[in-house]
Design a protein around this ligand. Sequence first.
Ligand SMILES: [Fe+2]
Length: 279
Amino acid sequence: MKKTISTKKLNLRLKVKSKTRNFALGLLNKLNFLDKSFLDSGFNKNIKETLINKNFDKASEIFLKNRWAYLEDPIEYSFYRELIKSWPNTIFFNPYPTDTKIQDVGFKWGSFMSQEQINVNLKYLNSFAGLSNFYSYLRSQKFCERVRKLMQINEEVCCYYISSRVSKSGGKLDFHMDGAGKIKELKNKAINIVWHINGINGSKNGGLCLSKNKDIVSAWPEGLIHESRQLKNSCLIYDMTNDIGNYHGYPPMKSNIFRWVITSQFWPKSCLSINSEVH
Ligand SMILES: [Fe+2]
């Protein structure tokens, strides 16, 4: 009974938050404060700069050995500053309707989405130069080839999904394995790269963790494999295959902190039409 009441309360709170944000967005749109050029031009096909530095490629050896790798400062510094400076306000993100994942998500793109859905989700993307260039670069053939080399697989790799997420104190992601990790065609061929863009460096500050056990939060730190402690410019790369036995998530965030991340998944081109639930 108690649970039903608290779920109802949570849903009501999320509804009010989403409605208020949509109202604010509508107002900004009416006042012509937002760039909607994505609807005509789509992603930028001419990203000349290399936004991710060579440390990314060097992580291949460690990734192949452990099936995960953590990198600090992978985003080129000049671009990183642009990304931070032009990061969208929280009104561009909406809460997840679940209590296992307390964070807000926005700018969702997936290779399985219809153009109509993409246009709804990314309508205002070009209002944010850093985010817009980062999405275009992650989707580029050039970067996907770097991902293929990192994974050392012999088939073309493409970007499957990208999203941006924000959370603050109390935010959390319960430890889990991804649904896609069960798909046999993806075994050791699909990876998730979570880019920590901004936050406060430290433990339990929203950095993505890997663990051997699902109950890691109560058993902490028993079973912890890795905790990302640099929230400003780092990334965690992990093989999504469930058979490896690793869970990912992050414990409830301490007070007075925040977290901005971009998540990106890369799959073999032959599997792109599979629509898997994305966490
Ligand atoms: Fe996940």
